[in-house]
Design a protein around this ligand. Sequence first.
Ligand code: NAP
Length: 277
Amino acid sequence: MNLEELRRMYDFTNRTVVLTGGAGVLGGEMACALAGCNANVVIMDRDPALADRLKVRLESSVGKAMIVYGDVLKKGTLIQAAESVLEEFGSIDALINTAGGNNPKATVGPDQSFFDLPEEGLRLASELNLLGTMIPCQVFGKYMAERKAGVILNVSSMAAYRPLTRVVAYSAAKAAVSNFTQWLAVYMAQEWSPNIRVNAIAPGFFLTDQNRFLLTEKETGALTARGKKILDHTPMGRFGQPDDLLATVLWLLSPASAFVTGIVVPVDGGFSAYGGV
Ligand SMILES: NC(=O)c1ccc[n+]([C@@H]2O[C@H](COP(=O)([O-])OP(=O)(O)OC[C@H]3O[C@@H](n4cnc5c(N)ncnc54)[C@H](OP(=O)(O)O)[C@@H]3O)[C@@H](O)[C@H]2O)c1
């Protein structure tokens, strides 16, 4: 191995990375890190205005950034977004599927048993996480298949390994995202090109807007019983910070992982390794 080549692996100059849900907490950090490593970054979200808070950081990076509308459940909007990205940057080298999350209407609680969960809530959580990953893979993956090169990174969850209590549809959908990651990795390598890789990360527990209501009390910010249980079950004894994901993301997008496809990497402070005793 040429050492110079090894040092250059995290230089993403002239590589374009599209992030669905890129205006979100985790996606936004990934976008800023990639722009800092010289990538052309495309923040795609159903509400692009949410990315305004990132503009100053993105503008001070070497890499260029583009913010574009795209709803992962509306294929037409993704096709349109892909066309604008190609017009602006000329290629699409990587896709990160960060759009996803739980929905309060699909969450079992004191006032809502599993039997009472509205179908609408179950649909929202199932579709956003599973179809919201599959549909962007169809649109951007097709382009990669035609070019015979590309990298896809999905976002799974601890809920995929063993379901988490209360979040029923989210757990099932994230298990499906891990399964789909393996499926697509094999399909792309066998049917299209071994130069198309598909992997996922499985973040542990990161305190963000979508899970704050489950992990902390609204009034005081103190840990809920569930939040405390999670920390007790995380050997490192803390929630993750978005920064904790970045090096794993860069590795899976870079040529440093050229022989890695179809894996799901936990970034979880040891949560998935701990049996509780
Ligand atoms: N936070 C954690 O502890 C944790 C742990 C494991 C896995 N994850 C996963 O990590 C990913 C990012 O999570 P996060 O915590 O960064 O959540 P987040 O801040 O809510 O980010 C998700 C982003 O996706 C957007 N989005 C929602 N529906 C969309 C759609 N139909 N089309 C396009 N964009 C859409 C959201 O916009 P709106 O604000 O408008 O909804 C938001 O900007 C999710 O897949 C989540 O399941 C998170």
